[in-house]
Structures are given as C-alpha cells and as structure tokens.
Write a protein that binds this ligand. Sequence first.
Ligand code: ADA
Length: 557
Amino acid sequence: MTRRFTVHERRPVTRLDGIWDFAYLGDVDPDDVALDRIAYDDVMAVPGCFDATPAYNARRGLAAYRTRVRVEAGRQRLVFHGVQHWCRVFWNGEPLRDHAGGFTAFTTDTDAEAGPAEITVLVDNRFGERAPLHMEHFDWYHYGGISRGVELHRLGEAWIEGLKIDTVSVAERRIEVRVDYTADRPGPAALAIDCDGRGLLAETVELESSGSITRSFTIPRLAPWSTTDPRLATLTVALGDDDLRERFGLREVATADGRLTLNGEPVRLLGVNRHEAHPQFGHSQPPALLVADVQQLRDLGANFVRGSHYPLDPLFLDLCDEAGILVWCESVGWQYPVEHLTDPVFVDAQLAHLDAMVAAAQNHPSIVLWGVLNECPSWSADGRPVYERLLGRLKEIDPTRPVTYATLNVYEDRCLDLADVVSVNTYPGWYFGDVADVPAELDRIAAHVDAEGHADKPLIVSEIGAGAVPGWNDQRGSLWTEAYQAELLSTVVDHVMDGQDRISGLGVWVLGDFRTTEHREMALKRPRGVNDKGLVDEYRRPKQAFHAVRERFRREA
Ligand code: ADA
C-alpha cells in the first residue's frame, strides 16, 4: 500500500502487491469451490479490478486469486486495504475469514509454521445477501477485485492495533494520543512516543491482554495545520518490539454561526465531489492517477472535496493532507430503500463499515466532515432511527468532527436536527427548472433550512450539476452540451460566491465522468453508460465547465 510515510519500521511488513495467479470461476457458490481443483489459467494485478480489464470486463461472478510467500514461524497478519465486494481468505487451504464491504481495510491473523505459504482469496463482485452494502441500482459501476494493496505483517508478543491522535487545543499546542494494543502475554513493556525527533515519552507500561493507553502532550513549537499552510507532523509509537507511525496536523474543526470553522476561523468550502473510478483501473487508483487528480483539484482552485460515496484511498487522503484540501469522508451508500435501511443485517454491516472507515482515516487533518447514507430516506419516519444510529456512532467514536449526510429532498427531510452541517443535493437547471431558476432555488433552500430552525448550522450544497457529453456542442447550447454545463455551473458558482451569504459550502457534481451501473433504468439515462456530469471526462480531460469553475474558484485564492 503506497503511503507518504513509512508506517512500520520495526514490524516486518511484506508487500504482496504484484501479479497474482487468477481464475475467473463465474456463477459459482463460494461454498462449493474445491480450492485444489481451481485451474489458474490467468494472472491479475493486485491491486486491480478484474472486471475493468479487457478479458473480464463487466463480468459478475466469483474469481480466485492466489499468491505464495515464505514466512518465519509465528503470528502472521494479512492486511487487505480493500476487496470489492465480498471475499473469503485462505491460508494454505484453510479458510481464515470472510469480509463484505470493499473500500475499507480488514485483517486476518494466523499462527504459521516456517516455510512456504499459499494465500488464496475468493472474490465475489455479485450483488445479493453476501454484500449487504452494495446494490445494483447505485449510480456507479461496482468494480470487483482486490482493489487496494495487500500486506503480510509479522507480529511479535504484543502489537499496536491502532493509533488515534486528537488535537485538544491549537492555542496550547496540545494533543491527545491513544494507543490500542493486543498482547499475547500480558506484562511489562517499553512504550516510547516521539514526534518528529522530539521524544515525548519513554516509560514502562503494564500490558493486559488488550487495551488502550492514552496520554496528552504539549508540543510548544508544533505549527498548526491549515488550508493555506498545511503543516504536518509525524508521531512514532514504539511498544515492545512493535511500532506504528501516523501523520497528523494540529487543527480544530467546529461549527459556529452557520459556518464551518478551522482553527476558529470561518472557512468557505469550494470544491467538487469525486468518485474513485477509471475506465481501465476501476476502483483501483494507481498513485500516478491520485497525484494527477490532486493536481487537478489544486489547479481548479478547490479547497474541498467530497468522497462520494464511499471511503477514499488512504494515499489520496495523504495527498489532500499535504495540499491543504478539506475532505468530506462518507460511508458507502446511495438511495438505499427504506426496507434495506431498516434491515438489522444492513445496519450492523454499516456500523462495522463506519468503524473501519474512521479507524483508517481519523488522523488525516484534511478530513473535516464525516458523512453517511447519501440520498437515503431521511424523509421517512422509518429511516430516522437509522440516521440516529449511524450519526450517533460517528459522534461516539470521533467526537472531534462534525457529521452530516447529503439529503435528496430537503423540503421533506426529518433528520436535519441530527446533523451538525446541513447538506443538500439539488439539480435545478437539470432535473427540474432552467438555468435562470438556479439562484432562486438556492435561496429557497436556504430560507427553508432557516425556517426549520437550523439557521445556526452551516449549509452546504453538496451536489449540483449538469450532464455534458465530452466534446459535444451545438448552436443552441442544449442539454448535454459542454456549453450548457458551463453556463449552469457558472451561474451556480457566481450565486454561491457573490449572490448570497447563507450557503457556505459547494460540492460541484462531479470532478470526473465515471461509468454508471449496468442497471438498465439508470444506464438508459446516461449517454455512453457514463455519468457525464464531470468537469473533466473519465480520462481527466477538461470540459468547458472546468475552465468556467476554475476562473471563479481561483478568485477566492
Ligand atoms: C444524485 C447522487 C449522485 C448522482 C447524481 C446524478 O444526486 O447523489 O451520486 O447519481 O444524483 O448524476 O444524478
């Protein structure tokens, strides 16, 4: 897994990325697969999405991946940073665990004997009971495969499970550090914490079989992180033979007087939504692509990106930390129907997914908002308890960040009180009305939110946009032309930036074009089978709207 810093120096880590043996098994039940009978007749890149490759494009079914590794005796931990969307992991033919979800990391441990070991992963990209978080009607193509990196960690007698670094006070340069650990043999262990060469702590702690150690530190010359001066610091924890490193930024996020604040200063969010998709790589994001996307965000003059509609690649978040781009990080979802939303299996899967999302991303200073349930039934009485539960869970595991969700219909929403930030998806000039109606509709939304008693909460237009077939134009500037999209988004940005002062955040829908689902109802509404509301096309070539939005966003810079 490519990151911008070395996560472990003491713990032996083997990257298993590369070319694995591969067999596409098709419409087969994973319970019926005899591993020793699989004929590996092909190879596949890991990370990679098999259904984005020419040979298996658009196939839905079961696939088998296999690799071999030599290990020393002892506890081994396999770390998968993302598998789409269901998988079963085997070690020398023995099943270790199943995982459903994609977009979040999971681990599985085994006590190995010294020698060669064979790792097999059955990967399923079909929809159904095994993958309760994924549904075919979502407006994006659900690529399948081992889409993010894989590592093998060798663990000793005690190891660090996670590290949480919170800013307590920017003014006092104060942070709180929580180290979660597991110990095979409880007893004394050396704990040392260092921040960029400043030794913060060295002591002996008494470990139980698992637990957390929390300490606070004042670091006098630690520079704060901001969008204009994104200073990062690196914290290293050593516990016994193990270690873990994380980067963080000293910064406070809050809401006050209808604005999001960063280190006490109101900040206006100007940016885009972004899908992690590419015609050739699917949901796998090669580092070169992530660097290019962040370059494009900076060029656009954006200070904000919403990770629609699932947790983003950790390297992308590293790059946003460095670029000072503020991120809305949300759990996977798209217009789940009420029946799905209220199914206990789904709720449990979402809760586990939220925990994994936060654990992986909580130390990124760029993340200023957690989100859930894009455009789900927040208007229904049955939907409300689920919003309460999921937003409540986010607050519980990370009280330092505001929470939100993007509503599809703000006028009938019943959950606005549960969010710290009100976020509204709206498509005037596209799904209803005309370009000329845009300013009045945005004002109407703002007036409604205030009338409902939420005038103190920041208001974000979390999605707005228009389709444009790349390169398409006509004499009239009709729907689907680049000219129409540019005109609509110019009107939106002008109004948000200069025409009013209630809306303090804008997420243009969307940075890049992306392939939509194979579900017919949706595919028939998307020329080329692509959601083409991108400012750039799926190969990141700018459309007219990119230049129009860029010119406006850059006025703020
Ligand atoms: C919704 C949804 C997006 C996308 C968009 C569109 O607002 O949240 O994911 O589907 O509509 O293009 O229609």
